[in-house]
Design a protein around this ligand. Structure first.
Ligand code: CO
Length: 405
C-alpha cells in the first residue's frame, strides 16, 4: 500500500510539473526532460502522459558536417521563429569528435546564453552524443515528446555529421535540412551515398564566400543525375547575417511531401502558394443589418449564420454565394473597428478575404517582399481559423484578409 501511495504521489508530482511545463515554465521543462533521460519508472509515466498531449509541433532537423555553421544557423532560425510568435525548442547534439569538440562546445554555450536571454519563448537543450541511455535517437525522441507535449510550436534538432545517428534522428523530424558550405567539391559527390535521401532542404551556408553558386549548382545537378524527378530546394544562406533564413524557413514550412512531388522548381513554387487561392468572402460595413439584408434577399441570397463577435464588437451576418460568401458587418459599439470605419468612410466594402493553401507561407512571402501587413503575425479566429490582414497601402486601396484553408 505504501508503495502505491508513493506511486500516486509521484504521479501527481509529475502531472503538476507537466502542467507548469505547459504554462511555459522553462525550469519545469528542463526538469521534465532530465526525468525522461533518467529512464526510471517516473520517466515512463511522464512519457505516457506526454504522448496523450503531444501532436502539432513541427520538427525540423538540421544536419551537416562540423564547421558548416549549423549552430549559428539554428540560432537564426530560432530567433526568426520567435519573431513570428512561435515558441521554440532546440535540441543540440554535442559533438564527440575530439578535434572539433572544444570550439563547437564554446559556440554552443554562447548560443545558449544568447537564446536564453531572449526569454522563455526559446528553450535550448544540449545532449551528449555518446553514453546516452538507450541510444541517442531514443533520447532525442523523448526530449522532443516532452517539448511537444509542453506546447512548443517548433522543435529544431541540430546534429553533427551524417552518421547513422543522424539518419535515425532525421526520421524523427518532419523536415530535414542538410547544411553544406561552398567549396566542398568532391564532398557533394559523396553525398549521394546515404545522405541524399534524408535531405528535404539543402542549404549552402556561408554563401558570401567564393564558390557558393557553384556548390548550389552542383547540388541541383546531382539531383538531376539521380533522375528521381524530385527537386529538393537549395537555399543559400549567410547565417552570421541572417541572409536567406526567411527563405529557408519557407522551404522548411512547406515540408517534404509537397516539395518532393513536383519536379519543376517554378511549378513547385507556384503550387505551394497559389494552389487553393480563391475568394473567401467580401466584408461589407453597414449601419444596420436589418436594412441591408433586404437587398441581398431580393437577389435570392440567404443569411445562414448570424453572430456577435464580442472582442471585435461587431455583429456579422453571412450570406453564402457559391464557394464564397458576403459578410455584412454591423458595429455593436461606436469605438469598434467597423464603427470607426463607418464614421470615417460611411457604408461600403470593408475588406476582401482570400483563401490560400498555406497561410503561414503566404504571410512570410508577403512580409519578405515588403508588403505592408496590418497584423504582426498570423492570428487565430473563431473556430480556430487562421488569418492576417494586409494594409490597403499595398493592395490598391482595399483591406485584404488572407485566410488559411
Ligand atoms: Co473577414
Amino acid at each position: 500500500m505504501i508503495a502505491d501511495v508513493d506511486a500516486a504521489e509521484r504521479r501527481n508530482g509529475m502531472l503538476e510539473m507537466l502542467e507548469r511545463v505547459r504554462g511555459g515554465d522553462v525550469r519545469a521543462l528542463a526538469r521534465a526532460i532530465s526525468l525522461a533521460e533518467d529512464g526510471g519508472e517516473g520517466a515512463k509515466d511522464l512519457l505516457d502522459a506526454c504522448r496523450e498531449l503531444a501532436g502539432g509541433a513541427r520538427k525540423i532537423g538540421v544536419t551537416g558536417a562540423p564547421g558548416a555553421g549549423k549552430s549559428t544557423l539554428v540560432d537564426r532560425m530560432a530567433r526568426w521563429l520567435r519573431e513570428q510568435g512561435k515558441t521554440v525548442g532546440v535540441i543540440a547534439i554535442d559533438p564527440t569528435s575530439p578535434y572539433t569538440g572544444g570550439a563547437l562546445l564554446g559556440d554552443r554555450i554562447r548560443m545558449q546564453d544568447a537564446l536564453m536571454n531572449s526569454g522563455e519563448g526559446i528553450y535550448v537543450r544540449s545532449m551528449a552524443s555518446r553514453g546516452t541511455l538507450g541510444g541517442l535517437s531514443r533520447a532525442v525522441g523523448d526530449a522532443c515528446l516532452v517539448m511537444e507535449a509542453g506546447g512548443r510550436d517548433v522543435i529544431l534538432i541540430e546534429t553533427v555529421g551524417v552518421g547513422q545517428d543522424e539518419v535515425e534522428i532525421a526520421r524523427l523530424a518532419d523536415v530535414t535540412v542538410l547544411v553544406l558550405v561552398p567549396g566542398m567539391g568532391d564532398e557533394v559527390q559523396s553525398l549521394k551515398a546515404g545522405v541524399m535521401e534524408i535531405a528535404d532542404v539543402f542549404v549552402v551556408n556561408k554563401s558570401d564566400r567564393e564558390g557558393a553558386e557553384r556548390t548550389a549548382a552542383e547540388i541541383v545537378a546531382m539531383q538531376g543525375l539521380s533522375g528521381q524527378g524530385e527537386m529538393i530546394p537549395v537555399i543559400r544562406t549567410v547565417a552570421t547575417t541572417g541572409e536567406g533564413v526567411a527563405e529557408l524557413m519557407e522551404a522548411a514550412a512547406r515540408g517534404e511531401g509537397e516539395c518532393r512531388r513536383l519536379s519543376d522548381p517554378a511549378e513547385m513554387q507556384e503550387a505551394s502558394w497559389m494552389g487553393e487561392l480563391r475568394l473567401d468572402h467580401l466584408g461589407v460595413a453597414v449601419k444596420s443589418l436589418e436594412r441591408a439584408r433586404s437587398f441581398y434577399e431580393l437577389l435570392g441570397m440567404k443569411i445562414t449564420h448570424e453572430e456577435t463577435v464580442e472582442h471585435e464588437q461587431v455583429r456579422v451576418a453571412m450570406l453564402p454565394m457559391g464557394e464564397s460568401r458576403m459578410e455584412l458587418l454591423e458595429p455593436v459599439g461606436e469605438d469598434s473597428v467597423i464603427g470607426r470605419f463607418l464614421a470615417k468612410r460611411g457604408e461600403g466594402l470593408h475588406h476582401v478575404a482570400m483563401k490560400v493553401g498555406d497561410v503561414d507561407a503566404m504571410y512570410l512571402r508577403l512580409k519578405e517582399n515588403g508588403v505592408r501587413l496590418v497584423s504582426d503575425r498570423v492570428q487565430v479566429g473563431a473556430g480556430g481559423h487562421r488569418y492576417f490582414f494586409v494594409h490597403p497601402a499595398s493592395t490598391g486601396g482595399v483591406l485584404v484578409e488572407v485566410v488559411g484553408a
